[in-house]
Write a protein that binds this ligand. Structure first.
Ligand code: ASP
Length: 599
């Protein structure tokens, strides 16, 4: 048993050769007494012919789709009228002289043609993931993922990085996500946490003198799942010593450029534009702006300071509050349901309601427009470029909140406009953007303390360091995020490498109790007093990078074995219950032993 060619190899020049092919029965047809089978493997499809005079035709006729067979036969050039221009092998066929059935396929749980399979319930496809993956288009996504990984590795290798693996069994870290705990049998009552990211280990590698580290790191976060989140995912994780932010920007631009070129043949221009966090929030209401379309936020705080409309006047005259608006061009005819949905989105971001003006038939329709003066209307019209068919949305709230509300309304409005065919964004448009100059700390109203905007190892911008003691909110961090078309591909920072500064951030600013600092981060503080180089790093969400390359919105599509929204692997049926012995060994008692219903 040895195949001589794969199913995408044979051409007219091979005519007359005796070949052996193996693969899956893609389709089968009986025409004029002759049986045709399209034989498929990873590489492509070849037509195999079983003539009535052959011993094997009868077996061939009984074959079910997706059975695995081996055929031997003679390569023959097809007559011009039977050439199939859709197949690379379409000018030839193999006339079979022998047939071995390696595995007869059972009745398929769903059709395998893309147009039909795509409509099948995702849970069923995930239960039979081995079949769904076998569809050429899905295998193509795995190949794309491989090509992207290869390009990234090659670039990092060229830049002098070495790949180092770090432990998955770690301990609780401050990235902020809920963690998966793993009970330790040898240390009863103690738990590992699965690594949320190799952050601390990679910093230790810098102290160890590795200088340039990377890893295709598997990371684990026990968060509620969405289309772009999975409990385990892969980061292109890296760290470098003796560098500054500019070195990092150039490195990542080089990596992404190479990945785009080698995976999908697209040249992306570098360097990428940069935008401060403040500007991103101000113009787009989000720290990962989608800059492929306008609909930018405009400020009208000064305009409404003396307005007859009380809600706007009060916001405009309250310190820190603003009145801001966007113009969703061409969306005035949205349905009541769509408007209610936008209101709910605004409310979820903290708005009490969503004030709007619909411009239809030369009229401004809105419950609030009667309060506006001619001057206010003229200023709105001019600054927002209002025309018939537009709808303007307002937010009156503190700056950050007003911006966030409009940022979310902007994205939803754009989605509606795209669905209605009124906002065209080419599929091959890639708006890369660095978002920089984030605040180091953000005040958390619930916890009444500062929290790190990125993570507590991020270094402050040197000139802002004195403000750590007096006004932490004003300190900018040396943190950068890389954004593509409104999706955060990754982020990182230049790190603190000084024990005293790191201790101050932990204890004085973040108010982490000294004993907690000692137990969680003591070893880092110790390491930083034994010759720590200045260093910085970044992690790119590799699954998201591949999803963008593939033009997919869900990272489930580009993982070989993704989990469902409820964290289950429906194929392997995990998670599952533990045996009584396993639990005894781990000294664990399950309080609620009812396993959750499947599905
Ligand atoms: N460890 C960080 C993260 O997972 C990335 C970094 O700062 O390098 O988000």
């Amino acid at each position: 048993m040895k195949r001589t060619h794969h199913c995408n190899a044979l051409r007219p020049a091979d005519a007359g050769k005796n070949v052996t092919l193996m693969g899956w029965v893609d389709t089968k047809r009986d025409l004029g007494g002759v049986t045709f089978i399209d034989l498929r493997d990873r590489e492509g499809v070849t037509q195999v012919v079983f003539r009535p005079d052959s011993k094997v035709q009868e077996t061939a006729q009984r074959l079910k789709s997706e059975s695995v067979i081996e055929i031997a036969g003679l390569v023959t050039v097809r007559s011009p009228d039977t050439v199939n221009p859709k197949l690379a092998t379409g000018q030839v066929e193999v006339v079979a002289t022998s047939l071995v059935v390696h595995n007869a396929c059972a009745d398929l749980p769903f059709p395998m043609e893309d147009d039909k399979a795509d409509k099948v319930n995702e849970d069923l496809r995930l239960e039979y993931r081995f079949l769904d993956l076998r569809r050429p288009r899905n295998l193509g996504l795995l190949k794309l993922r491989h090509k992207a990984a290869r390009a990234i590795r090659a670039e990092l290798d060229d830049q002098g990085f070495i790949e180092v693996e770090t432990p998955t069994l770690f301990k609780s870290t401050p990235e902020g996500a809920r963690e998966f705990l793993v009970p330790s049998r040898l240390q009863p009552g103690q738990f590992y946490a699965l690594s949320q990211s190799p952050q601390q280990y990679k910093q230790m590698l810098m102290v160890a003198g590795v200088e340039r580290y990377y890893q295709m790191a598997r990371c684990y976060r026990d968060e509620d799942l969405r289309a772009d989140r999975q409990p385990e995912f892969t980061q292109v994780d890296l760290e470098m010593s003796f560098i500054d932010r500019e070195d990092m920007y150039a490195l990542i631009e080089g990596i992404l450029k190479r990945a785009w070129k080698e995976a999908i043949g697209v040249d992306i221009p570098t360097p990428f534009p940069r935008m401060s966090y403040r500007e991103a929030m101000d113009r787009f209401g989000i720290d990962k702006p989608d800059t492929r379309f306008g609909m930018e936020i405009q400020d009208f705080t000064a305009l409404f300071a003396g307005s007859a409309f009380k809600v706007f006047r009060e916001a405009a005259t309250t310190s820190g509050s603003v009145v801001r608006a966007i113009n969703a061009k061409g969306l005035a005819d949205l349905t009541q349901g769509e408007l209610t949905n936008l209101e709910n989105i605004a409310k979820a971001a903290g708005a009490r309601g969503l004030a709007y003006i619909k411009c239809e038939g030369g009229e401004w329709k809105s419950p609030i427009v009667k309060f506006f003066s001619e001057e206010e209307k003229a200023a709105l019209r001019q600054k927002l470029d209002i025309a018939d068919g537009d709808i303007v949305f307002f937010a009156a709230a503190p700056w950050e909140q007003a911006s966030t509300i409009l940022g979310r309304v902007r994205l939803e409005s754009a989605a509606l406009l795209r669905a209605k065919g009124r906002l065209a964004i080419p599929a091959d448009r890639y708006d890369f953007l660095w978002v920089i100059e984030f605040p180091l700390m953000l005040w958390d109203e619930e916890e009444k303390r500062y929290l790190s905007a990125h993570h507590p190892f991020t270094a402050p911008v040197p000139e802002d360091e004195p403000l750590l003691a007096t006004d932490p909110a004003k300190v900018r961090g040396q943190h950068y995020d890389i954004v593509l078309n409104g999706v955060e591909l990754g982020g990182g920072s230049i790190r603190i490498h000084d024990t005293a500064v790191q201790k101050r951030v932990f204890e004085d600013v973040l108010k982490i109790p000294a004993d907690v600092v000692a137990s969680r981060f003591g070893y880092m503080l110790k390491a930083f007093s034994y010759g720590a180089p200045p260093h910085g790093g970044i992690a790119l969400g590799f699954d998201r990078v591949v999803a963008m390359l593939a033009g997919r919105s869900s990272i489930r599509d580009i993982l070989a074995f993704p989990k469902t929204q409820s964290g289950q692997d429906l194929m392997a049926q995990s998670p599952g219950v533990a045996t009584a012995k396993q639990l005894r060994d781990l000294r664990i008692r399950v309080v609620d032993e009812e396993p959750k219903a499947k599905g």
